[in-house]
Design a protein around this ligand. Sequence first.
Ligand SMILES: Nc1ncnc2c1ncn2[C@@H]1O[C@H](COP(=O)(O)OP(=O)(O)OP(=O)(O)O)[C@@H](O)[C@H]1O
Ligand SMILES: [Mg+2]
Length: 311
Amino acid sequence: MSCINNKHILQINNLSISFTQYEQGLRQIDLQVIRNLNVSVHEGELVAVVGSSGSGKSLLAHAILGILPPNCNASGNIFFEDELLDNARIQELRGKKIVLVPQSVNYLDPLEKIGEQVRKECKEESVRRRQEELFSYYNLQKNTADLYPFELSGGMARRVLLSTAMMENPRLIIADEPTPGLHLEAAKNAMRHFREFADKGNGVLLITHDIELALEVADRIAVFYAGTTVEEAPVADFQSMDTLRHPYTKALWRALPQNGFQPFPGNQPYVKDMPKGCSFGPRCLQFTPECEGDIPEQVIRCGTVRCIHAE
Ligand SMILES: Nc1ncnc2c1ncn2[C@@H]1O[C@H](COP(=O)(O)OP(=O)(O)OP(=O)(O)O)[C@@H](O)[C@H]1O
Ligand SMILES: [Mg+2]
């Protein structure tokens, strides 16, 4: 985006993802779950992607890491440090320069002791020391390394996933809802660690439905609605509704406790019933017939927005 001069770490251009499914026997349908999505992370930036359940946030994370399920089709370009990511390159980078803190604790192998998983079976002393440092940072007792996943509480398992992501020397962390199940202190610790990591010149893409948490730590917020980013805004723009650009972002803002907790009627459309044009159209008070046409992304005041009425 034009107002940020730092180098890109991650750049996603026009990402679309669809699933091929069969309905009533042999009728093949193509379910478009993500469409024309753009997101970027620059050096030193923590970018939060906020959106409600089912809006495509985890698929976005999996697309970056090249771990989408086989029944899906993806198009668009993903660049890491200005290099186009193809299958071969992402395999080299995954788990090393680009790491995932997954949404589900089921990513832990139930048959292997925690310490061995976190150290990726590496026996070197320096690796063991790093693991011990991280466990202490995340308030995990030393003997956690000797436990199996079934012996951990949900919160401990999450802290183990955070430690695993930090083990290598990553350049980009994709954290997919890293805090559910953590008590407030542990969640704040995790956020502090992500913030410090970004401040060293790295990048973090924090995926969350918790906009309040995002506003505390992020530099920029990408607002996701029904499979695309409707707005990307510097965090400072959330201080007032007037500096926000998209009617959905404004509705999220009004629903925050500090802004009156005003609920917004209606639901995000299901992928099979997407309206024509703007996906927010049926809920939008500014709706006009033109909203059923093409909705290009525009740059307004150092942010982007997909709304023809935005100013
Ligand atoms: N393998 C699949 N086959 C078909 N549809 C899928 C598949 N995986 C995900 N979807 C659909 O894609 C959409 C986006 O899913 P995704 O898991 O990315 O949402 P999310 O924003 O991460 O939600 P949550 O906040 O609940 O984690 C959902 O409607 C989901 O049903
Ligand atoms: Mg998810």
